[in-house]
Ligand binder design. Structure first.
Ligand code: NIG
Ligand code: FE
Length: 428
């Protein structure tokens, strides 16, 4: 963390400092401090509250005037597939013409498709090429307000490729002002020519222990689906990761119901993601448990067949709901969390306040990072965004990253009035 000093003054402050996560009876309207300020010292929040109570010592810090605009915690993208090396727009075009995502994963119509194709693209690119392409993607997320971003392996294609992805994730983490959280998506697709049992053995016997001893991982993930891995295989990986103190995630119930979400809710899994085909038992389980339900509107709209995840049922049952970009070349080529807010609000009827909590408080919970990011409380990272006006609804209304004017990461201005980079030196 670079550790800047800054005070942002006279904004409409949404510190989001209530209960975490935002669920059940805790939901409602997000509270605003109408003339609010946030002070950051050495990269950490030192004060967030009414401007009139800003301690005198903090008034001397370098100052950014919010001019009455909304101040929010930096957005948290709890699910991406960065690093990857190339797009797969032709596969989307084929789906528009009637192909299904599941058939593409199976390679049903011949030709290299799906995750295996992204693995081949990654292998064909040099480290410098992957890093340049992936940095560009992270810049897109940053310009849209994302200050914490999850990165996943999963396109490595085999053991050596997965180890390389973990190295590339570490390099990306050192090249962005964002907080990066590293997930090993070791059960995404089995390597060509290997069977699932052999791959699971390699993951449990070599990949995971090596990554743990190298300190390369914060979490693991598995894709539970008929075209990928079954719940027993995923459970073996997640249980081993939990024993080592990692967070755990599942790609669950995306293409068909599987019972994975209910299993996750009773086994301490940090989040279950997708849920387009979640059934009533899964909804009840997530309403009772602490596993965060992460919905991915980009994938729903670009890879789905018109289904809708049971958002209202989840909220009514008391589940903690987050939204994420799922930024990846197969199902969701979209880097902007505001775009996800806009889709969820417009297409699923999500309330703006619920959607804002879903990309801050609840997304932080989905990464097990609620004490660090997702709200503005003393001691937390000095990550915040200034919207281009005073209404939270801007995030749903501008249909894309334009609602976010200014982004501060660790007390440093990293996007200023829509442009990447700190404000230039002032003419004297
Ligand atoms: O989150 N569904 C599984 N994994 C990714 C997409 C993988 C791909 O098609 O490249 C997802 O949708
Ligand atoms: Fe995903």
């Amino acid at each position: 963390l670079a550790g800047g000093d800054l005070v942002v003054r006279h904004g409409r402050l949404f510190a989001m400092a209530g209960a975490v996560p935002w669920r059940g009876a805790e939901r409602g309207r997000l509270a605003a401090v109408e003339d609010g300020s946030v002070a950051v010292v050495a990269g950490r929040v030192a004060y967030a509250g009414a401007d009139q109570d800003l301690p005198a010592s903090l008034r001397a810090l370098p100052t950014l005037e919010a001019g009455g605009r909304a101040i929010l915690p930096g957005l948290v993208d709890c699910h991406t597939h960065v690093p990857f090396a190339a797009w797969r727009a032709d596969e989307y075009a084929a789906r528009l013409a009637g192909a299904t995502y599941a058939d593409q994963q199976r390679g049903a119509r011949g030709g290299l498709r799906g995750i295996a194709r992204s693995a081949a693209q990654l292998r064909a690119a040099s480290d410098e090429e992957v890093l340049a392409f992936s940095r560009r993607r992270l810049e897109e997320t940053l310009a849209a307000g994302t200050t914490t971003v999850e990165l996943k392996s999963g396109y490595g294609g085999d053991g050596a490729g997965e180890r390389r992805s973990l190295r590339l994730m570490a390099a990306l983490g050192s090249q962005t002002p964002q907080l990066t959280v590293r997930t090993g998506l070791f059960l995404h697709a089995r390597p060509a020519g290997s069977d699932r049992a052999a791959w699971l053995n390699e993951v449990l016997g070599a990949l995971l222990p090596e990554a743990l001893s190298g300190g390369e991982l914060d979490a693991v993930d598995a894709f539970v689906e008929e075209v990928a891995f079954n719940l027993d295989e995923a459970a073996a990986l997640l249980t081993a990761a939990q024993a080592a103190g990692l967070d755990t995630h599942l790609h669950a119930e995306q293409l068909a119901p599987s019972g994975a979400a209910a299993w996750a809710a009773s086994h301490g899994v940090t989040s279950v993601d997708h849920l387009d085909h979640l059934d009533a038992a899964g909804v009840r389980a997530l309403g009772r448990g602490d596993t965060v339900a992460v919905l991915l509107p980009g994938a729903t709209f670009l890879a789905g067949r018109g289904e809708t995840p049971p958002l209202d049922d989840l909220l009514r049952a008391g589940a903690a709901v987050a939204l994420a970009s799922d930024l990846n070349p197969g199902t969701s080529p979209v880097a902007s969390l505001p775009e996800m807010v806009a889709l969820a609000c417009r297409a699923w009827g999500m309330a703006v306040d619920d959607a804002v909590a879903a990309v801050t408080l609840n997304a932080a919970a989905a990464l097990g990072r609620s004490t660090e990011v997702g709200s503005l409380r003393p001691g937390m990272r000095g990550d915040l965004v200034l919207l281009d006006g005073d209404e939270l609804a801007l995030l749903a209304y501008r249909l894309g990253p334009a609602a976010v004017a200014t982004v501060v990461a660790g007390g440093q201005v990293v996007v200023h009035e829509g442009r990447l980079g700190a404000p230039g030196p002032k003419a004297s």
